[in-house]
Design a protein around this ligand. Structure first.
Ligand SMILES: NC(=O)c1ccc[n+]([C@@H]2O[C@H](COP(=O)([O-])OP(=O)(O)OC[C@H]3O[C@@H](n4cnc5c(N)ncnc54)[C@H](OP(=O)(O)O)[C@@H]3O)[C@@H](O)[C@H]2O)c1
Length: 522
């Protein structure tokens, strides 16, 4: 077992290392180190890990970025971000800040400058000597997707992608984490996969979707496969339909350029929602390991047929927000946001109905909706069960009764609620729906680890279970492409509108009401 940094610091209540493992010494190399993701998420997460969890003593973070900066300037910039974005309860004192900063190094280069990669190789070798990182490297591409191919190619060219090489008498490893979006359609995702495969092996490649790092998303597996009572009911015999909602109250902030290109379908459906859908619908894996779980996820997506033009017209709704009020504040229309084209047809909202054509899910619709500027931030999966085959009670006695619903709250207020009918106390046979509620915070009294913390820790110990495999990305794009292609041949006015601060356009209500069902609004 490795020695740990600051062993006197008590562990936070949660643990991040699986089975007590700690990672081997390593250098984390961040491309795009001056960007939003690194400053807001990666640096605070790494600082938190270094302070509160036993990282190896030989550990460092190298920024590969184009702005001229010294190590000292980079350390000051990184500490600013850490102080600004770390959770209030996690703030580092001066000594801990100093300890963190000592492990930060800067390599200045443009992404397409070959010499920069040679400089990086030299620096990493020096750090192996001076810091004891033993040739282990974790490359993190927190970069605009347009630059990924170049970086991968250059890493290969500089000999930095070696899977394992002997470093004295030790074997070392190299891994690469790639941020979403992974491609912008099936063709570009396949191209990026091929480029990656020329340089890195699949077992070195960690495609990240931070939703998979959320405790509540992982708990879908525990709920389904570690309990005897749910799985027998988890099929078309007992389930009427499934809803997945990912609602955001925020708008696009300063990311208009990115969002105009992606829209809600690429930003949310292709990755986060597909992942949640797979975990909800997959068959029990044969083992809790990366390939067994990912095999089952791929099978789910393979059972979702590409949508025909007619199905896109009838089973999808896209929309864009107009001006409105969110959280008591007036907000502008999407088309008035800075950086959005006046003739934009980008959707900020999608509602969909999908079917998984297999034995378990035959004829069970999966309704999906996601949007920006909705009344609340909420991600939930709702399993709605079929009604009883014969109702003993009179309609007047069951007026307040909704069907049994199991709602898995992924964020915020993480937990699970089971809705069922109960008799109102008193002589009359009056029934009402009540909630049986489980709350993560109340049950465990533990602060859940940040999604990025979980995923960085897994990448460091070489566990790719929560990362996305090559065939998964492609299977997801095949479905999403069919929807985007269907939209392309539809008129511009098929992008509906909804006032900011509402739950979406009336067409989305109609999509589900046509089937005699209704959205389970958080
Ligand atoms: N931000 C988020 O919350 C978030 C969430 C999920 C996924 N992501 C994904 O993470 C990635 C990064 O997002 P971001 O928001 O951090 O982007 P960003 O703020 O635009 O940062 C991009 C970074 O790349 C650097 N860069 C761009 N071109 C370069 C070049 N030719 N040579 C050297 N450096 C170059 C920029 O350096 P300069 O500072 O010098 O321009 C900057 O550090 C994207 O793929 C995004 O989709 C982001």
């Amino acid at each position: 077992m490795e020695q740990v940094v600051q062993p006197e610091v008590a562990l936070k209540q949660h643990t991040i290392w699986q089975n007590g493992q700690t990672p081997e010494p390593c250098a984390v190399v961040i491309f795009g180190a001056t960007g939003d993701l690194t400053q807001r998420k990666l640096l605070p997460t790494l600082a938190h890990m270094m302070h509160d969890h036993p990282l190896p003593q030989s550990f460092c973070i190298v920024a590969f970025a184009r702005r001229p900066m010294t190590d000292e300037q980079w350390r000051a910039m990184a500490l600013d971000s850490v102080n600004k974005f770390m959770a209030p309860g996690d703030k580092l004192d001066e000594k801990a800040q100093k300890a963190f900063a000592q492990n930060l190094f800067y390599c200045q280069s443009d992404f397409n400058d070959r010499e920069g990669y040679q400089k990086l190789a030299d620096l990493l070798e020096r750090l192996d000597e001076e810091k004891g990182t033993r040739g282990n490297r974790l490359f993190y591409l927190a970069t605009p997707p347009t630059t990924d191919s170049e970086i991968i190619h250059q890493l290969g060219g500089a000999g930095l992608a070696r899977q394992q090489h002997n470093n004295g008498d030790e074997e070392s490893w190299t891994r690469i984490i790639i941020e979403k979006p992974f491609g912008r359609d099936l063709v570009s995702a396949q191209k990026l996969n091929r480029e990656l495969a020329r340089v890195f092996r699949e077992n070195q490649t960690y495609r990240i979707d931070h939703y998979m790092g959320k405790e509540t998303v992982q708990n879908l597996l525990a709920l389904r496969f570690a309990n005897g009572i749910f799985e027998p009911l988890w099929n078309q015999k007992y389930i009427d339909h499934v809803q997945i909602v990912v609602a955001e109250s925020l708008g696009i902030g300063t990311r208009a350029e990115y969002y105009e290109e992606s829209g809600a379908i690429r930003d949310m459906v292709q990755n986060h929602i597909m992942q949640v859908l797979c975990l909800t619908a997959m068959e029990p894996p044969v083992a809790f390991d990366a390939d067994a779980i990912r095999d089952e996820k791929v099978k789910v997506m393979r059972a979702i047929p590409a949508l025909s033009q007619e199905q896109v017209a009838s089973n999808t709704v896209r929309a864009r927000y107009t001006a409105g009020v969110v959280d008591g504040e007036s907000v502008p229309a999407y088309k008035e946001e800075k950086g959005v084209a006046p003739n934009s047809t980008t959707e900020t909202y999608v509602a969909l109905k999908l079917f998984i054509e297999n034995w378990r899910w035959a004829d069970v619709p999966f309704y999906i909706r996601t949007g920006k500027r909705l009344p609340a931030r909420s991600t939930e999966v709702t399993i709605q069960f079929k009604r009883v085959p014969h109702q003993l009670y009179k309609p007047s006695e069951t007026k307040g009764l909704v069907p049994n619903r199991l709602t898995i709250r992924i964020q915020p207020d993480e937990g699970i609620t089971l809705k069922f009918g109960a008799k109102i106390p008193g002589a009359a046979r009056q029934l009402e729906s009540v909630d049986m509620d489980f709350s993560y915070a109340k049950a465990f009294g533990i602060i859940s680890p940040e999604a990025y913390e979980r995923l960085l820790a897994d990448a460091m110990i070489g566990d790719s279970t929560l990362f996305i495999r090559r065939d998964e990305v492609e299977a997801s794009w095949r479905i999403v492409d069919s929807i985007i292609n269907g939209w392309k041949s539809m008129p511009a006015d098929s992008v509906h509108t909804y006032p900011a601060g509402t739950w979406g356009p009336k067409e989305a209500e109609e999509l589900i009401e046509r089937d005699g069902r209704e959205w389970d609004t958080p």
